[in-house]
Design a protein. Structure first.
Length: 131
């Protein structure tokens, strides 16, 4: 079974749940619209080179950052910052839903959601099975 559709569905689920929590937390939809694409500024790392671009993009497009921010929000009793983490999580969910995955340092379109990485090959690790 190809895991790619499951990864896209996971992105849909994350996007929907983060939007519901954002609505429930009574976040500003104007703030949401203004900040939603902010994580994509991490692509500016590609101006330096592909490796730097992949590192900056991946650092901002994993769930670690927004979850740490949400944890800080709860621990410090700062509910205003929870909306920032939900916007960030929604952005990542949309990216996954659309097929934009974490980047490999080989080229921009080489991601963990790349269909070429999810096909079976007769050659694994340079070993061709004998018939």
């Amino acid at each position: 079974m190809n895991p790619r559709p499951l990864l896209h569905l996971e992105g849909v689920a994350v996007l929907i749940v983060s939007l519901l929590f954002y609505h429930w937390s009574q976040g500003s939809w104007l703030q949401f619209a203004l900040l939603f694409l902010l994580p994509d500024l991490s692509m500016l790392g590609y101006a330096a080179n592909i490796r730097t671009g992949a590192i900056t993009y991946n650092a901002v497009h994993t769930y670690v950052g927004p979850l740490v921010l949400a944890g800080y929000s709860f621990a410090s009793n700062r509910p205003a910052t929870i909306s920032l983490s939900l916007i960030w999580i929604a952005h990542i969910g949309l990216d996954r839903m659309l097929g934009f995955g974490l980047k490999y340092p080989t080229r921009f379109n080489d991601t963990h959601l790349n269909p070429d990485r999810h096909t079976l090959s007769t050659e694994i690790d340079g070993i061709v099975p004998s018939l």
